[in-house]
Write a protein that binds this ligand. Structure first.
Ligand code: ATP
Ligand code: MG
Length: 879
């Protein structure tokens, strides 16, 4: 076997397919772009959906990439199998309606066996095919694979529901029986079985059918090839490693972990090795994911990160590492991946900071989790049978991040088993919840062929022009058909040239009209989008007949466009100002540029303070007042990067990119429209700042006239306040408000003391009227108080004074009546109960109530009955 490093192997794969006419696509962000159906990019093809379902036609139908991928469903496999990680790189070659089986099969064989490339021995390789795919089997044979090495397997059909699907071929490498975990005569001991001997390295999918919504399959108009080979698995074969982990991709991480551990050494103890592998895997996954803008949180992607970091922490503890350590592995990962992913080292301080703070946080819950575990163990021991409940194990797993195995181990030390079925049942429930929350995970649309074959060119001239005379109408689509003319309804149009901007990069589509040569409006443009081959496709309301081949005048609504452009320029200023004020880690996470306002989402793990926002606003306005010119160039990606332009990390760019510069202040990759000079913006004002989700903040802002109106409206409110405060000087409003508040406070104090006085006065009046009934003294009076509290106060005074045996007070507040009854200790001894009394009299005021023997309250809605109620209380004593 050749001695090759992982970097060399990755490069050789890309070079091989470059020689076969493929364009090398960069490894796209792990965070899917414009694809809400996927949590993470989980394969090479996941980044190419738009090509495979026909929304976009690629410049070159042959593509190749080494794509970073995350598969959360493999988390539990990590460290247990030789071949799984959560983060891995998938090498792939893709044909979008171009070559098919006849080329894909021999090329795969050539790459793996040719002495110039991987130079694997042919008899080490096994191929699986779908039984009905006779053609694939035939081609493998013709390519030189021995029939005994070609295995038919029903599972070899790639189908993810609606969208492209088809048979596939998997390639296995026979590592020899010494690598196996099952016996030679085990039924699983074959390529494709559950074993460690035959390693699946490559999967080649021949996507040739459309899986239709009704469940039927029809041949695809354009057949595709989609392949995936795990780089780590290939490297493990080339480097003769026992598992993916004993390769140059992981060993440096494992060695760095050994140094931090309690004198643990890799390769000595099976359990320790699992921990080393989990840590090595998880450190890579979280480093890359955070580098791509994800952040730990309680949901979605963020939760995956949290889980990975927690698992790694627990495994660290097993190796005797009791403090945050994962973050220290970030530069180690960065160094290993430097040749293909230089951005990791560049961002390593930021990534480490995020991981460290998450580790700190978990170290707190870890202690709590262990406490809970001890408590549960004590409880379980007292029960028969002595088993730790599944619910407890699940809580430990779910809330405190304790993997089940760890709980089992801890419980085992105490002589306890854990209810695994109960745990699994809880787990299943949670998975069902998660599944219900996630929309379908397939997400490729059914190919619609209509515009795929439309290759006519359409030039966008809207960066410098707002109208175009004599544009030729090249394509008309009406009622899902390409037609030569249209007279009414809605239609989609492509012209040879157009000033209309198609929605992209957050900037909304232009609006406007289309006129004929006589100056009559023949169509109103309601939307503009990119057709699969990149042309600007105008959706219009047809007002008068339109004919293919005729000339028309295209007129963009100037006022609309101007407002949008100002806001787009402001968005770039904001992007840069955020980096200046909050730090270089800020990444754009979404943007909307409309005529009336702009919205900008960005990654930032903390709050944004009012002072920071003020500073951002200040910087942007300074740039506006400095009247900076805006210019743009179209150049190649490398030169653009050399210029220092900010690229959207989630975006894929073609060969040529446009770079927009605002003076020396901002440079960004961008296809949008802008002001010519920042002075046109006039004014910039932030109107709102909120958090939208895990680690994402959102700013909304306005410019120009909208900013003026925003401020003006506020000034009017202030004017109104001034008028109400009887001042003509706006600047005195705050002190006037403070003064008013002070006055109000003083007045309230006076009211309170006057009320107290008057209550005392009333009390002495009220308590004079003592009646004697059957040897019991009673005071039953209507009083004037403002709330229930005062009524209770009066009852307390009565108690202090021991004014009678029984007290009944009633008061009317608004439309309601409140009653209070109290009985003295002597009265209680004589068998009287305030609760009984109030129950007897409350119906008179249309209410009910109750209470203790010494004190009871009631409320009612009939003030007219109050006197009757008071009278009823004396009758109550008469018995
Ligand atoms: P396996 O059965 O081994 O999990 P798979 O059938 O899930 O593999 P595919 O979906 O066909 O794999 O992905 C294509 C290739 O990607 C595989 O042949 C393998 O080389 C690689 N691969 C898939 N999952 C992982 C993983 N978790 N870690 C490393 N490599 C992987
Ligand atoms: Mg798998």
């Amino acid at each position: 076997m050749k001695k090759l490093s992982s970097s060399q192997i990755r490069q050789m794969y890309l070079d091989f397919f470059k020689e076969k006419g493929h364009t090398v696509e960069p490894s796209a962000s792990l965070v899917p772009v414009d694809d809400p159906t996927l949590l993470w990019i989980n394969s090479g093809v996941a980044t190419m959906k738009k090509y495979f379902d026909g929304r976009v036609v690629p410049e070159n139908p042959r593509l190749t990439s080494s794509q970073k991928s995350i598969r959360t469903n493999d988390i539990e496999n990590v460290g247990k199998t030789a071949r799984h990680q959560t983060l891995f790189e998938m090498l792939g070659n893709f044909s979008v309606g171009d070559y098919f089986k006849k080329e894909a099969i021999p090329w795969a064989w050539e790459f793996l066996t040719s002495p110039k490339w991987m130079a694997f021995a042919a008899d080490k390789l096994y191929i699986t095919v779908y039984p009905e795919d006779k053609l694939a089997k035939q081609i493998w044979k013709e390519t030189g694979v021995k029939p005994a090495h070609i295995i038919e397997d029903e599972d070899n059909f790639w189908d993810i529901g609606e969208g492209p699907s088809g048979p596939d071929s998997e390639i296995f490498y026979d590592r020899g029986q010494e690598f196996n975990n099952v016996a030679t005569d085990d039924p699983e001991n074959y390529p494709g079985g559950e074993n460690e001997r035959y390693l699946e390295v490559w999967n080649i999918v021949f996507s040739e059918f459309n899986h239709k919504p009704d469940g039927s399959y029809e041949p695809l108009p354009h057949k595709n090839i989609d392949t995936g080979m795990g780089l780590e698995r290939l490297v493990s074969v080339v480097q003769g490693a026992k598992t993916n982990f004993e390769t140059d991709l992981f060993l440096p991480i494992i060695h760095a972990t050994e140094k931090m551990s309690d004198a643990k050494v890799y390769g000595k103890d099976e359990q320790d090795d699992v921990s080393f592998k989990v840590i090595a895997d998880h450190s890579r996954a979280v480093t890359f994911a955070i580098g791509d803008g994800a952040l730990p949180s309680n949901e979605g992607r963020g939760y995956v990160l949290r889980r990975l970091i927690r698992r790694a922490t627990v495994h660290g503890k097993k190796l005797g590492i009791n403090e945050p350590f994962l973050y220290k592995l970030v530069p180690v990962v960065g160094k290993i991946m430097e040749s293909y992913y230089p951005e990791i080292l560049q961002q390593s301080d930021y990534i480490a900071k995020i991981i460290k703070s998450e580790e700190d946080r978990f170290n707190n819950t870890l202690t709590d989790g262990l406490k809970l575990l001890d408590k549960e163990i004590t409880t379980a021991k007292k029960q028969q049978p002595a088993i730790l409940s599944g619910a407890a194990a699940f809580k430990l797993f779910d809330t405190y991040g304790f993997p089940f195995d760890l709980t089992k181990e801890y419980a085992g030390d105490e002589g306890l088993a854990v209810d695994e079925a109960g745990f699994n049942a809880e787990m299943k429930k949670q998975k069902e919840r998660a599944r219900a929350a996630r929309s379908q995970d397939n997400g490729m649309g059914v190919q619609s062929g209509l515009l795929l074959d439309v290759k006519t060119t359409s030039k966008f001239i809207g960066w410098d022009h707002l109208s175009k005379d004599q544009a030729t109408l090249a394509v008309i689509v009406a009622n899902d058909q390409i037609v030569d003319q249209v007279t009414t309804g809605t239609a989609e149009l492509i012209f040879d040239e157009t000033p209309f901007y198609a929605e992209m990069g957050g900037q909304v589509a232009d609006q406007g009209v289309i006129q004929n040569e006589a100056g009559q409006v023949v169509a109103v443009v309601t939307d503009v989008q990119h057709a699969p081959n990149g042309q600007n496709l105008h959706t219009v309301d047809v007002k008068a007949p339109l004919k293919k081949g005729e000339h028309y005048q295209l007129k963009v609504d100037q006022d609309f466009r101007r407002k949008v452009s100002l806001n787009h320029t402001a968005t770039h200023l904001l992007d840069q100002a955020l980096r200046d004020v909050l730090g270089e880690h800020v990444r754009q996470a979404g943007s909307l540029v409309e005529p009336d306002y702009l919205r900008f989402d960005f990654t930032h793990s903390g709050q944004t303070t009012a002072a920071e926002l003020a500073q951002i606003e200040q910087i942007i306005n300074e740039k506006i007042w400095a009247a900076l010119p805006i210019s743009w160039v179209v150049t190649d990606i490398e030169s653009a990067k050399k210029l220092g332009a900010i690229a959207l990390f989630t975006e894929k760019y073609g060969k040529e990119v446009r770079v927009v510069s605002i003076g020396d202040y901002s440079k960004e990759f961008d296809g949008g429209t802008h002001a010519k000079n920042t002075a046109e913006l006039g004014l910039f004002k932030i109107t709102g700042e909120t958090g939208t989700g895990a680690g994402i903040r959102r700013i909304e802002a306005v410019t120009s006239k909208a900013a003026y109106s925003f401020l003006n409206e506020r000034e009017q409110w202030l004017q109104q306040a001034a008028t109400e405060l009887k001042t003509t000087q706006l600047k005195t409003v705050p002190t006037k408000v403070v003064q008013l508040q002070e006055q109000l406070r003083d007045a309230n104090k006076q009211i309170e003391s006057l009320q107290a006085k008057s209550a005392q006065q009333q009390a002495s009046d009220v308590f004079k009227n003592v009646q004697e009934i059957n040897g019991t003294s009673i005071i039953a009076e209507q009083v004037k108080v403002s709330d229930m509290k005062q009524l209770r106060q009066l009852a307390d005074d009565w108690k202090q004074k021991a004014a009678s045996d029984v007290l009944v007070l009633g008061t009317v507040i608004g439309a309601k009546v409140n009653l209070i009854a109290a009985v003295s200790p002597a009265g209680i001894k004589a068998g009287l109960k305030a609760g009984d009394l109030i129950k007897a009299i409350a119906p008179k005021v249309g209410g009910g109530g109750g209470g203790r023997p010494d004190m009871a309250q009631a409320g009612g809605k009939n003030p007219a009955g109050l006197q009757d109620a008071l009278k009823a209380s004396t009758e109550f004593l008469q018995g």
